[in-house]
Design a protein around this ligand. Structure first.
Ligand SMILES: *Cc1c(COP(=O)(O)O)cnc(C)c1O
Length: 472
């Protein structure tokens, strides 16, 4: 190794000297001796690597004085200690945004979470007898009341619900499903793989676009364990297509004494036609149509915590409750508490639309959205520099979570364009703000959709845009 590099390596301060430095002492005070020593080792190790590998001409650029190293140590500690899960601003206009945490909880659910976190609770105890109770009973009555089903069970998520249904009802048997419903949902949930994991033999029937009642009937044999219907959430087969109505499957199931299970995916409890959306079968409709088991998510259109909700005939729900897999998929007190509080809102559907954030955002009116966009634009215009142009546009938001994939919700957005930054660069600047702001890009513009903004979000965006001008 040449002399220059050797000299550089030698001039890196010793760990003890760095610790004794004023700035080092401060760090030890703020963190701990161990953490600071570890951070110093990491930073100086990286520095050594650089000294070895850097071009000789760049060597003198490397800062190896105590002050610079300790500044890096501080930076290392700060980023190591900071939380990775951050709250964010959703300006994408996708209401149930899986990557941004799907549904926000209603106030009652939030209060309940805090309550249950700070106090002991009646999670598995019967207050009348003082004896052991079951956590599954906590929301069962509410769920059966709201959906009209005989029994209910809540598990970790809807993927778990489908897996449990297949495992408990069709393991070692065949499960009949239309080929057009062999879907993949985001995050690697694929129906054929769930079937396999659940130990059921998949019996695909019909073609990609069409399936007939006769196809179901012809597939039934001694090995058949269930008929499964899956909501093709995130895509639609349009044109020359045909599915068999749930009612017809129920008749067939009754005739052959086979459970008809429907994976509804999002699962709505109220008809959103008044809000300009097309008709989606509600959970109640499925139960009324005679489905033996219906599964759906807690955090999609229902607007509650992550959960897989299973409702249906007692006979089948019992088999799932007592299946060993159920223990592994069980939900905690936070899920149960916040789910119960969310479901309570559905006793009054008009109230639910106002109080459950997911529904509130979907049902925001054109008038409300327009006013919000105008007020936001006025505030933003006060802080933006000449480099940035801003206009209000009509656009369309999405429900998300695989629901209503082909339908947009008319909305108002702020479209930003910057003279010196591309739309991607501007969007990145917004993401790097604290809290991070997520937008969408369309026609080289950064689009901020007011539909998914919460009360403080405009302020966050304004301060991000102000920081932008400082950066320049
Ligand atoms: C979303 C969805 C799932 C998965 O639900 P999670 O709650 O995310 O596990 C399963 N099936 C369908 C049809 C879906 O839309």
């Amino acid at each position: 190794m040449d002399q220059k590099r050797k000299n550089h390596l030698r001039s890196i301060p010793a760990v003890n000297d760095l610790l004794a430095h004023e700035q080092g002492e401060k760090l030890v005070n703020d963190y701990s001796h161990e953490l600071v020593v570890e951070a110093i080792r990491e930073v100086t190790e990286e520095l050594r690597g650089k000294i070895f590998n850097i071009e000789l001409s760049g060597l003198k650029e490397l800062k190896i004085d105590s002050k610079s190293i300790l500044a890096q140590v501080q930076h290392y500690l700060e980023s190591k200690m900071s939380d990775q899960l951050l709250t964010a601003v959703n300006a994408t206009g996708v209401v149930v945004h899986t990557n941004l945490g799907r549904s926000l909880l209603c106030d009652a659910a939030k209060d309940k979470l805090l309550d249950v976190a700070s106090n002991y609770s009646t999670l598995e105890i019967n207050r009348d007898t003082g004896e052991r109770g079951s956590r599954y009973e906590l929301v069962e009555e509410l769920l059966t009341e709201l959906t009209g089903a005989e029994a209910a069970l809540v598990v970790n998520n809807n993927a778990a619900a489908v897996l449990l249904a297949v495992s408990a009802l069709a393991s070692g048997q065949e499960a009949i499903i239309a080929r057009g419903q062999l879907v993949e949902i985001g995050g690697s949930f694929r129906i054929p793989e769930v079937m396999e994991q659940g130990g059921a033999e998949l019996r695909g029937i019909g073609t990609t676009n069409r399936v007939h009642l006769a196809d179901y009937k012809n597939a039934i044999n001694e090995e058949t364990g269930m008929i499964l219907k899956v909501h093709t959430s995130n895509y639609r087969v349009v044109g020359f297509s045909k599915e068999v109505e749930l009612e017809e499957l129920v008749d067939l199931g009754t005739q052959y004494e086979l459970p008809v299970v429907e994976d509804l995916g999002s699962g709505v409890l109220l008809d959103l036609r008044d809000e300009g959306l097309s008709y989606e079968q509600t959970v109640q409709d499925c139960i009324a149509a005679g489905a033996d088991v219906v599964t759906f998510s807690g955090d999609k259109l229902l607007g509650g915590p992550q959960a897989g909700i299973i409702v249906g005939q007692e006979e089948y729900i019992e088999q799932m409750k007592s299946h060993p897999l159920n223990r592994a998929l069980r939900v905690d007190k936070f899920t149960l508490g916040s789910l119960e509080a969310t479901l309570q809102q559905y006793r009054d559907l008009e109230q639910a639309k106002e109080k459950i954030p997911t529904l509130e955002m979907i049902t925001r009116t054109q008038e409300q959205l327009k006013t919000r966009a105008q007020e936001f634009a006025t505030e933003l215009e006060e802080v933006i520099t000449d480099n940035l142009t801003l206009e209000i546009k009509q656009d369309s938001s999405r429900v998300g979570g695989g629901a209503y994939p082909n339908e947009g919700l008319p909305t108002y957005v702020l479209a930003l364009e910057d003279e010196s930054l591309t739309a991607e660069e501007l969007a990145e600047e917004l993401r790097l703000h604290d809290p991070p702001i997520f937008s969408r890009i369309s026609d080289e513009q950064v689009i901020l959709d007011v539909r998914t903004l919460q009360s403080e979000d405009e302020e966050h965006i304004i301060s991000a845009v102000q920081n932008l001008s400082i950066v320049r």
